[in-house]
Design a binder for this molecule. Structure first.
Ligand code: LLP
Length: 401
């Protein structure tokens, strides 16, 4: 919910922009740190969720590590002060240049996604006279029960090494003298709200670590990946359920003495801290449809168009009405509850694509050109997925203190 002072400030600014509530970010990071530290768990922030410099600086200041998926993310993590001993590098398509960069940077570990990649890292490390730490990313074939576009741990997904290929991994590890096997890595998908899924993941991790130990590879690191979801229907309820999330792993993961348990959280750390703020450019009232045409579109926030993702939309210029509406919107079932004065709008962007629509049939107070519209819970996979399509300006960002 935005204060009057916020709205007054927004009114003076050019739109669109991302507004970061640094207080919410701090509160979220605090909650995650408290909930993980008490079990001795290590959290790496999945930088792909948001690499805004101010966001990175704050996350780094909490002592989290960094989970990176490109050489540039590794570089950004180090430049923003993340301890290189807490930097991991995943991704199915690491180029030789990126691997060399990460080897030179002496990162903690490569999360390796194919047998061929093991051999390439081995060769490149040997050429530098180095030993590379590796964890094997295993595709556990566990269904994350999330949108199929953001499911990663099923046999049909491109990520990780399938269980039936593990004998080849063992053979490769035995002959690759420039690799140091550290442990096993998993990531089954994103925006997971059913914690039961993580129990199945724990079962699979326990089986897999036994497999490696039985084949002569002591497992020091169990990396469970990320994926914890947030409630997009209650943007003012700020904190993801870190307590119960970590408790599942505490209860169901078979952690042996000396082992470290690692997590790679992205969305749950940053999603609730930002909103996309835009203005109504035009109101088009038709016979069948009313359209609110915003000055932000799929080039600023592509999640609704790409994954049919829900983000709550508010006309914050009509904050009084929004406030009443918000009170009614405490659960998904009432999210679109209509007020007597509300009008149904398709809220669309300016991009020349029919799919450039944030949401259809949104109940909003009667809206006018110039009204400020907030698209909430946009801190994860928002600004970072912005594009220049239609030769658009790069979206800006502003921050609370
Ligand atoms: N670890 C690995 C190996 C990953 O691939 C990902 C996300 C994460 C950790 C962090 O997952 P999180 O905690 O944020 O769920 N663009 C999509 C989400 C893609 C997630 C990709 N991988 C979206 O907007 O929903």
């Amino acid at each position: 919910m935005f204060s009057k002072a916020n709205i007054n400030k927004f009114q003076e600014l050019d739109t669109p922009f991302y507004y970061y509530d640094m207080g919410v970010l701090r509160e979220t990071l605090d909650a995650c740190r408290d909930a993980s530290v008490k079990h001795g768990f290590h959290v790496h922030y999945a930088m792909k969720a948001n690499f805004n410099p101010r966001v990175l600086d704050m996350i780094q200041s909490f002592g989290f590590g960094a989970d990176c998926v490109s050489g540039n993310e590794v570089r950004a993590a180090i430049e923003h002060g993340f301890d290189k001993g807490k930097v991991v590098f995943a991704g199915v398509g690491k180029s030789d240049r990126e691997i060399n960069y990460a080897l030179d940077a002496d990162i903690f570990c490569f999360n390796v996604e194919s047998v061929q990649e093991l051999e390439v890292i081995n060769e490149l490390a040997a050429a530098k006279g180095k030993k590379a730490n590796v964890a094997i990313r295993i595709n556990p074939n566990v269904d994350a029960h999330t949108h199929h576009f953001i499911t990663t741990g099923l046999d049909e997904n491109k990520f990780g090494i399938n269980i039936w290929q593990l004998p080849d991994v063992a053979t490769a590890l035995r002959k690759c003298a420039s690799l140091q096997f550290l442990g096993i890595h998993f990531h089954i998908g994103s925006q997971i709200t059913d914690l039961e899924v993580y129990k199945s993941l724990c079962t699979r991790i326990n089986e897999m670590q036994d497999w490696f130990e039985d084949h002569g590879f002591p497992v020091k690191v169990l990396n469970t990946g990320g994926g914890l979801g947030v409630d997009y229907y209650s943007p003012d309820t700020n904190i993801a359920d870190f307590e119960n999330y970590f408790q599942v792993f505490k209860n169901f993961l078979n952690v042996k003495p000396g082992q470290e348990v690692h997590f790679e959280l992205g969305r749950a750390l940053v999603a609730q801290s930002a909103s996309l703020i835009s203005r109504v450019l035009y109101v088009k009232n038709g016979k069948k449809k009313n359209f609110l045409v915003l000055d932000a579109g799929m080039t600023e926030l592509i999640r609704p168009m790409l994954y049919q993702a829900y983000h709550q939309i508010e006309n914050i210029s009509k904050s009084q009405e929004s406030r009443i509406k918000n009170q009614d919107n405490s659960s998904p079932a009432t999210a679109n509850m209509q007020l007597a004065t509300d009008i149904k709008y398709d809220v669309v962007g300016p991009i020349c694509e029919s799919t450039d629509c944030f949401q259809k049939d949104v109940d909003l107070p009667e809206s006018f050109r110039g009204d400020l519209i907030a698209v909430r819970t946009a801190g994860a996979y928002g600004e970072v997925m912005a594009s220049g399509y239609n030769l658009r300006d790069r979206v800006g960002s502003i921050y609370s203190e």
